[in-house]
Design a protein around this ligand. Structure first.
Ligand code: GLU
Length: 295
């Protein structure tokens, strides 16, 4: 089977070092397998999106010399497909409407290592006088295991750790967990290389893949870059946008985060030369088995 990888940024701001590292890792992993590398814009969260951010990310990737295969996929244009799959899950009896507000969820839920576990309040039906807000997927009391290529063996029991989770949000948008599973399957993704902040989401995604009869891809979760306060670099933590005028330096920097040990001589090389070196020397097994790396 031929390799298909992807990079799936959310357009919540310009590309920063954390997202560049994810792009570089997924790209080199695909290219070292003579695979395809697809670009998907995960624009399903209008309140968090910044106008122009998607174009800005695409332009930045171009300036870095990334080349993606096929057309760019925009999740905002795929609601019909998501709706169809949601219907299918409904017919199979896997989903239910939920009337709980954030306050209800916190009041009735229990705290686990992964946040507030949903208590399942609306599983048996919505209480009289309340109206449906979101749609949730029923999970089962079984353990989901997977072997991450970087982080090693990982296990979660969705019933105990997470509870029934949202597949359609109160604002009517398809939730990330469902959209990402549908698109990874539709695009034939064979391996997902992304930040370790999504490690905890992977069992939910594998559970959905099993329900929908999709093949589960391989996973490799790279360490996320955190600031001095231990917060993941993101727009919310005011991560600085990548300076494309010094793309070469940023690329070498990204390779250092990924423990690829680029030679000193590359510091003055062109972006093309850096990519040539990186393609030839990329080793996923050199990436640190850590959830976080300090910036
Ligand atoms: N859109 C997500 C993000 O930017 C990544 C999703 C994924 O790689 O599965 O954090």
């Amino acid at each position: 089977m031929s390799y298909i990888g992807r990079f799936a940024p959310s357009p919540t701001g310009p590309l920063h070092m954390g997202s560049l590292v994810a792009a570089v890792a997924s790209y080199l992993q695909a290219k070292s397998h003579q695979g395809k590398w697809l670009l998907r814009i995960e624009d399903l969260d209008p309140p968090r999106e910044i106008k122009g951010a998607a174009d800005n990310i695409i332009r930045t990737l171009e300036q870095f010399g990334f080349e993606w295969d096929d057309e760019i996929c925009y999740q905002s244009k795929r609601s019909e497909l998501y709706e169809e799959i949601l219907q299918q899950l409904n017919v199979q009896g896997h989903i239910y409407s939920c009337a709980c507000s954030r306050t209800d969820i916190h009041a009735t839920g229990s705290m686990t290592a992964f946040g507030v576990r949903y208590a399942g309040t609306c599983r048996a039906g919505i209480a009289r006088g309340k109206s449906a807000r979101s749609i949730r997927l029923m999970v089962t009391d079984t353990s989901i295991f997977f072997a991450d290529k970087i982080q090693g063996n990982y296990q979660q029991n969705l019933h105990q750790d997470i509870g029934d989770f949202v597949v359609r949000r109160a604002d009517g948008q398809t939730a990330y967990q469902l959209a990402v599973v549908i698109d990874d399957a539709a695009q034939g993704i064979t391996e997902i290389v992304r930040g370790s902040d999504l490690l905890d989401s992977t069992p939910r995604q594998i559970f959905l893949q099993q329900l929908l009869d999709y093949t589960t891809p391989q996973y490799a979760h790279i360490p996320v870059i955190v600031n001095r306060q231990g917060e993941k670099l993101s727009k919310q933590t005011r991560a600085t946008a990548i300076d494309t005028d010094s793309a070469g330096a940023a690329l070498v920097h990204a390779l250092c985060y990924l423990q690829q040990q680029p030679p000193r001589s590359l510091r003055h090389a062109t972006v093309g030369e850096i990519w040539d070196w990186a393609r030839e020397h990329w080793q996923l097994q050199h990436v640190a088995r850590q959830r976080m790396i300090k910036a």
